[in-house]
Design a protein around this ligand. Structure first.
Ligand code: NAG
Ligand code: NAG
Ligand code: NAG
Ligand code: NAG
Length: 336
């Protein structure tokens, strides 16, 4: 592990010195706290009029940040017959999440207003524009292989086609410690077409397929492989359609990938899980802004915002950066 860290630091330093990377220190502007006892705002989404952020939390609900009360309010829930006495307030990695749901990735279809959710136990689900109970779309796996757990989702803004990832098909999220300690290559990238309800496999044998993002015009989709410190690209159109390549090697573990309005991507990058305390000064976690050619344009250190916690996602909205973590109970908002 110590060697890993040394390698990480070497790569990071050479990246900063020898590439056009710009290290940008951003100021923490605000922190949106979850209601007490809830944790793990893994992913954020904003609706078509900029409302939100919306986030999925440990007790199986989707919450929406309300500007008036400056607090998170319930928007939707994963389990159709949710029992609030049983589910309300449960913490992350509880066995009860199998009953109550554990929303991970979120992505709106701005044409229909529907919110798609990759749930760790309920599979691919969606919620109508006005919230309420989620509907299961792909619950029991693909081609007869039951899901381990889903992690990321992104909707093609033009076609409404949904791309989603299964982090691992062998482990459940409650066993994520074991997963991150393993050499699991059972992750998958899927494509769901809402017009036909068909799901197809785009890429298999991924090592913890954490995040996914489709390009603005649907020409390719990116998938992060957390345990391999890299992002893969699958071409969807053109002469190379349905072939894949390595898009980017990273100086640490990549989690979510989020597209911004300029067709670039933000990637959350972390220290390897369970590694010894980071060196001083720590250089990870980071948010990296990357263009469509795989060039790193900007590196935003998130050390002070998350200290030793990992960062699950970073994205841009209304000129600010929103950063979240599966291991904290708040959302960080930074100037940018
Ligand atoms: C909800 O859960 C509680 C606690 O487990 C249980 O006592 C109650 O019967 C459940 N309610 C329903 C309607 O299933
Ligand atoms: C991870 O692996 C190490 C070494 O093999 C072991 O000591 C540790 O208990 C494992 N942790 C978990 C959560 O399985
Ligand atoms: C897709 O599934 C929905 C239910 O989730 C159903 O209403 C619809 O008719 C299905 N469409 C097709 C083309 O099978
Ligand atoms: C998609 O956009 C990229 C630039 O962002 C462009 O190079 C490519 O030709 C476009 N592809 C299609 C199929 O429109």
């Amino acid at each position: 592990m110590t060697r890993n860290i040394a390698v990480v630091i070497d790569i990071l330093i050479s990246m900063i010195l020898y590439s056009p990377t710009i290290v940008v220190y951003c100021k923490l502007l605000d922190r949106f706290y979850l209601p007490s006892s809830l944790t793990g705002p893994k992913s954020l989404a904003f609706d078509s009029i900029g409302g939100g952020p919306y986030t999925g939390v440990s007790d199986g609900r989707i919450l929406k940040f309300d500007q008036e009360c400056s607090c998170f309010l319930e928007f939707a829930h994963i389990s159709p017959e949710r029992n609030n006495t049983l589910c309300g307030g449960i913490s992350d990695f509880s066995e009860l999440q199998e009953t109550c749901g554990r929303p991970m990735g979120l992505s709106f279809d701005y044409n229909t207003g529907e919110l798609y959710i990759a749930d760790a136990y309920y599979g691919l689900v969606k919620v109508p524009f006005d919230g309420g109970a989620a509907t299961q779309l792909v619950a029991n796996g693909v081609l007869g292989n039951p899901f381990g757990f889903l992690a990321g989702v992104d909707v093609d803004p033009q076609t409404g086609i949904v791309y989603f990832t299964e982090a691992s098909s062998r482990y459940k999220i409650r066993d994520h410690d074991k997963l991150l300690n393993s050499t699991d290559y059972s992750g998958n990238l899927f494509r769901y077409d809402p017009k036909t309800n068909e799901t197809t496999v785009l890429l298999s044998y991924l090592t913890v397929a954490a995040g996914v993002a489709v390009s603005n015009n649907g020409s390719f989709v990116l998938v992060s492989e957390y345990m391999a410190n890299r992002i893969r690209r699958v071409w969807l159109t053109g002469p190379n359609a349905y072939t894949s390549e390595i898009f980017l090697h990273l100086p640490g573990r990549p989690d979510s990938i989020k597209r911004n309005s300029r067709n670039e991507f933000w990637v959350a990058v972390n220290y390897p899980f369970g590694s010894p305390p980071p060196p001083v000064p720590p250089v990870l976690p980071l948010g990296l802004r990357v263009n469509e050619e795989g060039l790193i344009l900007e590196a935003v250190p998130l050390v002070e915002e998350f200290s030793t916690e990992s960062v699950s996602e970073i994205q841009e909205a209304d000129g600010k950066l929103y950063a979240t973590s599966l291991r904290v109970s708040y959302v960080n908002i930074l100037n940018h």
